[in-house]
Design a protein around this ligand. Structure first.
Ligand code: ATP
Ligand code: MN
Length: 152
């Protein structure tokens, strides 16, 4: 049923809560686990110049190494746990609009299930769903399993 499972992560506690669900399903179905972190360049556009943003989009972090380190920690959490269970993993970091790049990744990698958090780092619980989750649901036709830490 599922062969390529995507876990988009922003490194938040809620995104991490989704990981167990993704890994358990990957175990059951023998699926590959993809961990994706998108560096949100829109949210950085107030502090970084256009040239710096362009470089990040090309994967060149330079003096902005800590951005890359944060991303690698977020995806590494997923892949470390997946490897402990002998699951196949793919780790990817990109930069741009999170929901668009999540949707592109789904298309380009034949993803057949997405497992993600209901909320993320901004942690504002007024909205039923965080904006990345809501926009991902609107941008894709593959099933999305939304995990809420409160109901975990
Ligand atoms: P908002 O960002 O709308 O203020 P929020 O931070 O609480 O609210 P989202 O950003 O939608 O909520 O996060 C929900 C889920 O989306 C996370 O648990 C994670 O799975 C995924 N996600 C959020 N941001 C990213 C990102 N930059 N890269 C990859 N996945 C992300
Ligand atoms: Mn967010």
């Amino acid at each position: 049923m599922y062969t390529q499972i995507l876990v988009p992560t922003d490194g938040s506690e809620t995104a991490e809560a989704a990981v167990d669900h993704a890994l358990d399903l990957a175990d059951q179905y023998g699926a590959t686990v993809h961990a994706l972190y998108v560096v949100d360049t829109d949210s950085m556009s107030l502090t970084l110049g256009g040239e710096q943003l362009d470089r990040i989009e090309q994967g060149q972090y330079g003096e902005m190494e800590e951005v890359r380190e944060h991303a690698d920690r977020a995806t590494g959490y997923v892949t470390d746990r997946a490897r402990e269970r002998d699951l196949e993993t793919v780790e990817h970091v990109s930069a741009g609009k999170p929901h668009s790049l999540i949707a592109n990744y789904i298309e380009d990698n034949d993803i057949d299930l997405v497992v993600m958090g209901s909320h993320g780092r901004s942690g504002i619980r007024r909205a039923l769903l965080g904006s990345v989750t809501e926009r991902t649901l609107r941008s894709t036709h593959v099933p999305v399993l939304v995990v809420d830490v409160e109901n975990d």
